[in-house]
Design a binder for this molecule. Sequence first.
Ligand code: SF4
Length: 265
Amino acid sequence: MPGKPEEIKMVSNAMANAPRRKMMSLLADGDRTVGEIGEAVGKSMLDYHLKILEQAGLVEIKDGKVRLSEFGKNFMEGKSEKGPVKAVDLSQAKPVEIAEVRQLIPCIADSTRFRIIANMAPPLAGALKHLEPLFPRGRYSEKIDALIIQRGDVLITIYGTGNVTMTMIKDEAEAMSALEGLRSTINEAIAKGVAPAPREKVRVEPMEIRKYLPQTDCGECGEQSCYSFAIRLMGGEVSLDLCSPIKDEKYRQNLEHLRVLAEYI
Ligand code: SF4
């Protein structure tokens, strides 16, 4: 049964993909042949998806038949006991406006960039933590009652009090566009009355990304090494498409792993 962090991550990665989740639900109702799974879920990359589930210890495959392993059965039972993760009701939250931008001062880390202090009103208070899933690289901190969002070099912090800080901003235009982006994303969720269900928490490290890159340090992506490319990928500054070698057929499986990991970046 998976217990080590890397094994748990393999399970999380296996279950982070919609066709594989569908396969697991199907198998929870009974054993199936590979052909039956292909009919129900689709034949695209079928062998590959089954391999990922098998490597994660969730299924067993023998003579064209697939069934849940003991761990897979426990895993699926645990899921059904917990019930579906529900979206959060935001019907009481009020739409926000950017009330004022109070300060634009040079960043300590890089004096060519700016630190912005602004204010969002009315304060989001208790609704703030539920907005975390709206932002792919967002993390809510209970300790400081703030939602911290990373976008490349820029770090945005929205506090429950309504204060908003942004660091490493290029100029006022970038600040205004980032604030407007925040305002419209938040107000869109408030208008719908619900925030998306919380994401599964899986921490991805640059070394893990590097592990699946070709590791040739060829520089075609414009970076000096695969590791620096991994760091910039983590920061959302570059796209995986910039690495041409990874598109080679021999890296097909690595590319799929990277795409799964990228869902958590
Ligand atoms: S192009 Fe790909 S293989 Fe080459 S250095 Fe960049 S990440 Fe590594």
